[in-house]
Design a protein around this ligand. Structure first.
Ligand code: 26W
Length: 831
């Protein structure tokens, strides 16, 4: 696939990008860095050695990028995210450096398989789900588009838990992702940063001005680890800087001297617990103190670092918004508002108004969820104890803000109560989303419908007061990972057909449109799809012993397990299909393989029960001779980025079936479309825009709209659906008859109660008939391979809008006001 010959051989050799120097340096690292010889080296050692060879080749470009950004006094984007779901890095770094062919040859010369080595890497799973994966795609696009940018986050010792399945139940295991060493990071102890907690605030006066000193604090140090982020073409290498907590004091000498060794290290253990583990909550806010401490630690380290870098140039503070654009990824970073105020007012001695103006112009905020249970609110007394000075600042922000509200809407006390940043009640709480909106110049939702609902439902008063602050940027995914790397055969077919321009300009996929009408191309396209399906089947057979037939329709539902995402709706649809197949006159449907994957938050009982249900249903169906020929169900354990890459390439049908109005955007839907899957989905999140792009004939839309769904609140009567629709009734009766859980009676009762007795909050039964009928249309289309192939090709051809390059372009223009900074580096080989 690579044509290294396009780059002058001399440049390739000089940069060490040729197979011979890769081989030499590989041997060198294996021996001198890892102290291994031919006999003792494990596959993981070889992966490490190769990763170091690649890292070495990034370093010069990394340094050159940083020098250039510094010399040109560029404006930088700072992406503040508590989550980065990077997955594996070696494969993408090699692709972006243009050295895949050279690496493959070098390894083959040594009798090693490049792909096997590449897949030795453990996923970096420092995130829960879409929000974290989006952050990773965005960093890659920023580098590819040569935008000066830095990601900030936390270096958790343990990422998202490993999901193990025991008797159908999810069991969480710690994700010890650093155990084999992490070759991509470089510690920077010279930039260690002190962070204060607790203590008290001393008020004083200096020359007629009130001063605030935050004293008697317990301090923790932030140790930065830098990870290079290389863009496609290898020109720009930006940095992801992750903070790890270190004790300010290794141990208490007094306790040590008295022989109490446990007490002596207590504060060290407490401090370092801060970045021990990622909170595995997804869309259900936990409100735990350790989480608040993590958020503050991360924000404090990052802002301190940003201001330190700003101050190097000795420009006036008024330049700040021209040099930095700080993006708060969810309210997880919203403490940036009071923290930046504190740094400017208390430490730099700036007046409140001047500081506030800089804060608002420097910060912006992305909202990723409307679910009320996910909106962060921190108890006032918890903030007061842990961040006393910040509570004072939040009160002052609120006081001034409410005065603006009062001036604007005199006499409207109800509105003032509604808009207060402090929620009154049994427990007084700080509302973080409104704080982020008030303290920044731009707030965006992540799809058109989500941005509209954000204004209408979460922040109507703020949207009225600051209409210019709200905007919308639909999410995207990087095609370098999700097509070029994840689906090499399809990438190759596309490049052979329309050239390689799509790799950095995804809209060029539109040139495939006429080929949908070309029978020979359709054949080649479907051959590539079948090959990807075989690769997945082989992988699952080798790993789990499953026998999956690549000639079945692969329908995939892969994402976090959550009631609003409605895996339960898919199971209900499955019940109906199963009942039909068991009936006296079974329908003649194309054979299907239904693939589920996803993690449930460890404390989310319902979601874990849904995983159990899927397993029990799968084991009965897969062993029932009446059904198994035409229907198979598999739950693939431990969904993560590297597994997603395998699944996306192989899917025929993408199930995006959330209750309309609940899924902010979704990005899995984009990855699947890009790989030629057709979507069955509700008019929710990005599905709406996918439908707009591909046209109503090339997508299967079903169910209630967001407006219809919200009109159902309190009205929907699941019992009447049960009574009136015989097929649905039989499906529910079967599901809760004990047929799937003979040894475990009653375990699914909570699901039955949620559906039938507690109002069916997510409207599964309201949408089930429409879902099932639409699945029948999917079957009918799949019977006609050419008609299916045509629509699949049109889906790829119309996926250009869903590149994260497009999303980053919009953020850069409309929110950050930054442009690219080309780096003068010798080009790397072109694909
Ligand atoms: C408080 C803990 C917590 C942790 C994560 C609360 C909320 C979250 C996020 C909502 C999780 C998330 O990943 N959200 C997803 O973000 C994607 C990127 O914008 C969207 O595509 C998904 O629709 C949204 O669910």
């Amino acid at each position: 696939m690579l044509e290294a010959a396009k780059t002058p051989a001399a440049v390739v050799c000089q940069q060490g990008l040729d197979p011979e120097s890769i081989k030499a340096h590989f041997a060198d690292h294996l021996k001198h860095t890892l102290a291994r010889d031919h006999y003792t080296a494990t596959p993981h050692d070889r992966y490490l050695a190769l990763a170091m060879v690649v890292r070495d080749r990034l370093v010069e470009r990394w340094i050159k990028t940083q020098e250039t950004h510094h010399d040109r006094h560029v404006k930088r984007v700072y992406y503040l995210s508590l989550e980065y779901l990077t997955g594996r890095s070696l494969g993408n770094n090699v692709i972006n450096l243009g050295i895949e062919a050279a690496v493959e040859k070098a390894m083959a010369d040594l009798g090693l398989n490049w792909v096997d080595l590449r897949d030795e890497e453990l996923d970096a799973g420092l995130g829960n789900a879409g929000l974290g994966r989006l952050a990773a795609c965005f960093l890659e696009s920023l580098a590819t588009m040569q935008v000066p940018a830095m990601g900030y986050g936390l270096r958790y010792d343990y990422g998202i838990f490993r999901q193990h399945i025991q008797n159908g139940w999810q069991v969480e295991q710690p994700d010890d992702w650093l155990r084999g060493g992490h070759p991509w990071e470089i510690p920077r102890p010279d930039y260690l940063i002190p962070v204060q907690f607790e203590g008290r605030v001393e008020t004083g006066r200096e020359g007629g001005r009130l001063t605030f000193r935050w004293v008697d604090t317990r301090d923790v140090l932030g140790m930065p680890y830098d990870i290079p982020v290389v863009g496609y073409g290898g020109q720009t290498v930006n940095t992801l800087r992750l903070w790890s907590a270190r004790a300010a004091q290794e141990f208490d000498l007094q306790d040590f001297d008295q022989g109490d060794y446990v007490a002596a290290v207590h504060s060290k253990v407490m401090a370092e617990n801060l970045t021990k583990v990622l909170y595995p909550a997804d869309a259900v806010y936990a409100g735990r103190e350790l989480r608040l401490r993590q958020e503050y630690f991360f924000v404090a380290c990052s802002l301190f670092d940003i201001l330190r870098r700003f101050k190097v140039d000795r420009e006036g503070w008024s330049e700040l918004p021209h040099r930095i654009a700080v993006q708060m990824n969810e309210t997880h970073a919203a403490l940036a508002v009071p923290e930046l105020m504190r740094l400017l007012v208390d430490r730099e001695g700036m007046g409140w108004e001047a500081a506030w103006d800089l804060v608002v112009r420097s910060l912006s905020y992305t909202n990723h969820t409307l679910m009320p249970e996910a909106l962060e609110r921190w108890p006032v007394d918890m903030i007061e104890r842990i961040l006393p000075r910040h509570l004072q600042i939040i009160y002052e922000i609120n006081r001034r803000f409410l005065k603006l509200v009062a001036d604007r809407y005199p006499g409207d006390l109800e509105r003032q109560c509604r808009m207060s940043l402090i929620e009154e009640g049994a427990v007084r709480q700080v509302r973080m989303a409104p704080l982020a909106i008030v303290g920044s110049h731009a707030t965006n939702g992540v799809s058109a419908i989500h941005s509209r609902l954000l204004k209408a439902s979460v922040a109507p008063d703020l949207a009225e007061m600051y209409p210019g602050r709200f905007c919308s940027v639909t999410n995207g995914v990087t095609q370098r990972r999700w097509l070029l790397k994840a689906n090499p055969a399809l990438a190759d077919l596309i490049t052979k057909t329309i050239g390689s321009g799509w790799i950095t300009d995804l809209r060029q996929l539109a040139r495939l449109t006429p080929l949908a009408e070309d029978a020979a191309f359709r054949q080649r396209f479907m051959a590539v799809k079948r090959q990807a399906k075989t690769v997945l089947a082989d992988y699952l057979r080798a790993k789990y012993g499953w026998k999956i037939d690549p000639d079945t329709l692969y329908s995939v539902l892969v994402k976090r397990i959550h009631e609003y995402k409605r895996q339960l709706l898919a199971v209900l649809g499955l019940m109906i299909r199963y009942n039909r197949l068991r009936s006296k006159a079974p329908p003649d449907v194309p054979p299907r393989t239904l693939v589920f994957a996803g993690k449930a938050a460890p404390n989310y009982t319902m979601a874990k029960l849904i995983i159990k249900l899927i397993h029990n249903v799968a084991s009965v169906i897969n062993n029932d001779p009446a059904a198994a020929r035409l229907l198979r169900v598999h739950f693939v354990p431990n969904y993560r980025v590297s597994l997603a890459e395998r699944i996306m390439a192989a899917a025929d049908l993408s199930e995006q079936i959330s209750t309309a109005g609940t899924e902010a955007s979704g990005t899995g839907c984009m990855k699947l479309m890009l790989n030629g899957a057709l979507t069955i989905g509700t008019l929710d999140g990005a599905n709406i825009e996918i439908a707009d792009e591909v046209g109503p004939d090339n997508i299967f839309i079903f169910g209630l709209t967001a407006e219809q769904a919200s009109a159902q609140a309190g009205r929907h009567d699941p019992q009447s659906v049960y009574r009136q629709d015989a097929e649905i009734r039989e499906a529910l009766d079967l599901m809760f008859s004990g047929h799937f859980n003979p040894q475990e009676p009653g375990i699914f009762a909570p699901l039955r109660a949620a559906l039938l007795d507690q109002g069916d909050r997510f409207l599964c039964l309201a949408d089930l008939r429409s879902y099932v009928d639409t699945q029948d249309r999917v079957d009918a289309l799949y019977r006609d391979p050419h008609a299916w192939a045509r629509k699949a090709i049109l889906n790829v051809a119309h996926s250009g809008r869903f590149s994260s390059d497009r999303a980053i372009g919009e953020y850069a223009r409309e929110i950050w006001h930054v442009g690219p900074c080309p780096i003068e580096m010798d080009p790397v080989p072109k694909m």
